[in-house]
Design a protein around this ligand. Structure first.
Ligand code: HAM
Length: 423
């Protein structure tokens, strides 16, 4: 085969469209508006619990995750060596960054810290329903309080995050457990500490994988029957009763239940752990978190108790759409008013109206070039404008027609009253 032909076959044409990468999303304006609705609700609700917003860098040293996050997440890192020969990774979760930031400067802050953030995080996972290679993740963390009240506060916040997006106790449940229950259990069974994480991973997978497969991991430790006895029948554990009582005091106990299957995949959790799921069991976890009392000491040599949770926008968005809680019709208008110009002789005066309304803070659009009336009204409705301001010959008398698009009523308004009428 002549080399030129081979070259033509394999050199991409400069005109070929470049696809986005698998697991990465394009946010066209409507998708962006949905995302914005979720993120604004996250921010509003976090503030109602006294949380303040922070942020960190999207690129971190690889070491930060290798030390802290556990093998599963390390296997999903987007890591590379930068031009300064530093091994680095896109952030795969926020917790190590938060722990690093707090460990470096915690003396400067009054405890407990109640901090939240909405980073975009990146994980090289197999892209599937509910799991992508990037997502936006609300993180709420409470640092500097070891008492169970902090865990309850966080679980209550998680519940209210979902309630404020319109979900009810019929739609979701927070499943609670305590890693200390399992460490106590493993100590009693004389399982060496080096093998605990292996057992946690087996329990974590027990829901998605059949008992025979999990037994493959637990049999060598002689644990299969004892572990399944707990998973299937539960066990008394006072700290979890305390969490439920704390939620009950807030009227939120109907949103949570104890489930010893929850241990969490990440390595650093030390106490109460929890995950939120849709009740129908049709989606992956909506959110997950727990207490991680040793992480800050490992990063900053000073012991500081901490707990928190992360909630992604992917499963949540799917669930909200499935429940009819995220609909195009409910999106806010793209603009407040559309200035209709029926007669080009009045374009200059109409532009004066556009400018005045914009200076008053209104979102306003108008036809950039001469456009048929019918098309102008279609444009106004397409952008879900609340009003059409018809700027025609009446401008000679400092008047316009103001049309409310929802009910199609129309009235004459003087230019001096127009701003006060648009509210
Ligand atoms: P995580 O369970 O790995 O926890 O993630 C939290 C949530 O992020 C999940 O429940 C899910 O909603 C979402 N999520 C995770 N991976 C993906 C993915 N590939 N695609 C879409 N959504 C995803 C953590 O990351 C902990 N750092 C949370 C935390 C904060 N713990 C204490 N503080």
């Amino acid at each position: 085969m002549p080399p030129l032909f081979v070259l033509r076959l394999f050199t991409p044409s400069p005109f070929q469209t470049v696809q986005s990468l698998p697991g990465f999303r394009d946010f066209y304006p409507e998708d962006y508006a949905f995302r914005h609705q979720i993120v604004s609700s996250w921010r509003r609700t976090a503030r109602t619990y006294g949380f303040v917003e922070y942020d960190g860098p999207p690129l971190e040293s690889l070491e930060l995750y290798q030390k802290k996050s556990g093998d599963e997440l390390v296997g999903q890192l987007y890591n590379f060596v930068d031009k300064g020969d530093r091994p680095v990774s896109l952030r795969a979760e926020m917790t190590p960054t938060l722990a690093r930031m707090v460990a470096a400067k915690h003396q400067q802050f009054r405890k407990p810290l109640k901090w939240f953030s909405v980073p975009q995080v990146f994980r090289y996972e197999r892209a599937q329903k509910g799991r992508l290679r990037e997502h936006f993740q609300l993180n709420c963390d409470l640092v500097g309080e070891a008492g169970i009240e902090a865990d309850i506060e966080l679980i209550a916040l998680l519940v209210d995050q979902l309630r404020n997006l319109g979900l009810t106790a019929e739609d979701f449940v927070v499943r609670l457990s305590d890693r200390q229950f399992w460490t106590h259990f493993l100590k009693e069974k004389n399982v060496p500490e080096a093998q605990w994480y292996e057992v946690f991973q087996a329990i974590d997978k027990s829901e998605r994988e059949p008992r025979e497969k999990i037994a493959g991991r637990l049999d060598p430790l002689g644990l299969t029957d004892a572990v399944y006895q707990v998973l299937e029948n539960g066990a008394p554990w006072e700290r979890l009763d305390l969490v439920l009582a704390g939620l009950k005091a807030r009227g939120l106990d109907g949103y949570a239940r104890v489930d010893f299957r929850i241990v969490r995949g990440l390595a650093y959790y030390t106490g109460i752990v929890f995950e939120a799921f849709d009740r129908a069991g049709q989606h992956r976890a909506i959110a997950g978190g727990g207490r991680y009392d040793d992480l800050l000491e490992k990063l900053g040599n000073e012991s500081l108790p901490a707990a928190g949770f992360g909630m992604g926008d992917v499963v949540l968005g799917d669930l909200l759409k499935a429940k009819g809680l995220l609909k195009t019709e409910d999106l806010p208008p793209e603009i407040d008013a559309y200035v209709v110009i029926p007669d080009e002789a009045y374009r200059a005066r109409a532009l004066g109206v556009v400018q005045t309304l914009r200076e008053a803070g209104h979102a306003v659009d108008y036809p950039l070039v001469p456009t048929k009336m019918k098309k102008q009204f279609e444009n106004a409705e397409g952008r879900r404008a609340r009003w059409a301001v018809i700027a025609d010959a009446k401008l000679e008398n400092n008047l316009v027609e103001l049309k409310t698009l929802a009910d199609r009523t129309q009235r004459e308004v003087s230019l001096s009253d127009l701003i006060s009428q648009l509210s």
